[in-house]
Ligand binder design. Structure first.
Ligand code: URA
Length: 430
């Protein structure tokens, strides 16, 4: 491979040139090996953020990151595989009911997940609120569980795209997360290396998401769908609203309880709607067209798959979930219709209550979080509970309350003009 040097690559991108394949391969490999210094990669990331990348550059950057680690294969399984990836949101517990539901429909779901950082929650943190459940599995244990139960949610091992692990930590502290080429290549390098046959992306749009506007979310979705398709993965993206948080809870154990309600045939309508929409896309991509996930959910078979999936990773699906030591109820200040509930405000409140972490190594509180008693479009009455905050330490309530301030609107109901909340499903890109 041709040799380059880091300054040459930085200058090329700084000046708006397209990087060659060998420049990209060289910089990713040598950064992973510690030859390209952190400050040089930080400068290159900033140049990419400003200058962007062509489709060819993004594909090569992604391939170079995949080549730094191992690739898994699910070819030995007797059923097709489909995975879902959400770009991250508030109250986004969809993986919990979705993975067992799709498994119960006959398609295996390998979900290599992460922990939460900042105001968005992490799937592993949620599942770890179940007594005994463990996130770490060997590749062999994962394959066995996929064959026998059909669903695995576990920690992504350090072997998948190690370049991304280093790069993401650097981007996090250098103001270079919000770059479409860098986000798309980061997510897709891990998903392509994971080896799933079908990938359904849930690209979030709104205050609680990375992408605040529909055009930006569409561009991110298009970039990821093209990367997946070019790599032979059947990839589809749904663009979904994240101006409002999902469901009625944000917080680890609170979200597990809400997910179990969905598996039992109840739960908030928006969580059910999104779970079914994503399940239908996963099944369609895997060629399963004769099963309606709504019927499977109603039959209780998704709940059976959930219980088996939790028990296989040493969790006790019947154990009571942890409850935070303290609760604080916020009452509605006026009567009317709730016309806005801001996802970022709710996410920050849950995080400040202890549901999330500030640094990677911080512990999370299983019981902490926020329950909202109304969603946009619901009538509220002055003096009735609007939020219940849960925390282990009551000193956390003050800052959480501050983040909820200005995070919702209650307007007088106008007869004859009912308030129409934003739809949840905004677009589909394939
Ligand atoms: N999630 C990732 O894995 N990478 C990003 O860059 C953003 C979200």
């Amino acid at each position: 491979m041709a040799e380059h040097d880091a300054v040459e690559v930085i200058l090329a991108k700084r000046d708006g040139q397209e990087l060659s394949d060998s420049q990209i391969d060289w910089v990713i490999r040598n950064y992973t090996d510690g030859v390209v210094a952190e400050e040089q990669m930080a400068a290159l990331n900033m140049a990419i953020l400003w200058r962007g990348m062509t489709r060819r550059e993004i594909a090569r950057w992604t391939a170079a990151m995949i080549a730094t680690g191992e690739r898994l294969s699910f070819a030995s399984l007797s059923r097709p595989t489909a995975d879902k990836h959400s770009t991250g949101g508030v109250g986004d517990k969809i993986t919990l009911p979705l993975a067992p539901l799709v498994a119960a429909c006959g398609v295996a779901v390998p979900q290599l997940s992460g922990r939460g950082l900042g105001h968005t929650g992490g799937t592993l943190d949620k599942l770890e609120s179940i007594a005994g459940w463990r996130a770490s599995l060997t590749n062999e244990q994962m394959l066995d569980q996929l064959e026998s139960i059909g669903a695995v949610v576990c920690a992504a091992g350090s072997g998948l795209a190690p370049a991304d692990r280093k790069l993401y930590a650097l981007r996090d502290v250098t103001g270079t997360v919000e770059s479409i080429p860098l986000i798309a290549s980061s997510i897709m390098s891990k998903k392509i290396a994971e080896g799933t046959g079908v990938l359904v992306l849930d690209v979030k749009v709104g205050s609680g998401a990375f992408m605040k506007t529909l055009p930006a979310a569409r561009e991110l979705a298009r970039t990821m769908v093209d990367l997946g398709t070019d790599a032979g993965v059947h990839t589809v993206a749904l663009l979904t609203d994240m101006a409002t948080p999902l469901g009625r809870t944000a917080g680890n154990a609170l979200e597990v309880a809400e997910s179990v309600e969905v598996l039992a045939g109840g739960g908030p309508a928006d969580v059910v709607e999104l779970t079914l929409a994503l399940a239908r896309e996963m099944l369609l991509g895997a060629g399963v067209t004769d099963v309606d996930p709504a019927d499977v959910l109603a039959s209780g078979r998704a709940m059976d798959a959930w219980r088996a999936m939790i028990a296989a990773q040493d969790g006790d699906p019947d154990a009571p979930l942890p409850v935070a030591a303290e609760q604080h109820v916020v009452l509605a200040p006026s009567s009317g219709v709730l016309t806005r509930l801001d996802a970022l405000a709710v996410g920050l409140a849950a995080w400040r209550l202890g549901a999330g972490r500030e640094r990677k190594e911080d512990p999370v509180s299983a019981g902490a979080g926020v329950v909202w008693h109304a969603r946009p479009g619901d009538a509220v009455t002055a003096g009735a509970p609007l939020f219940t905050l849960h925390a282990d330490d009551p000193a956390r309530f003050e800052r959480a309350l501050a983040s909820l301030e200005g995070g919702y609107d209650i307007e007088e109901a106008v007869e004859g003009t009912p308030f129409e909340p934003t739809p949840l499903l905004l677009d589909r890109i394939s």
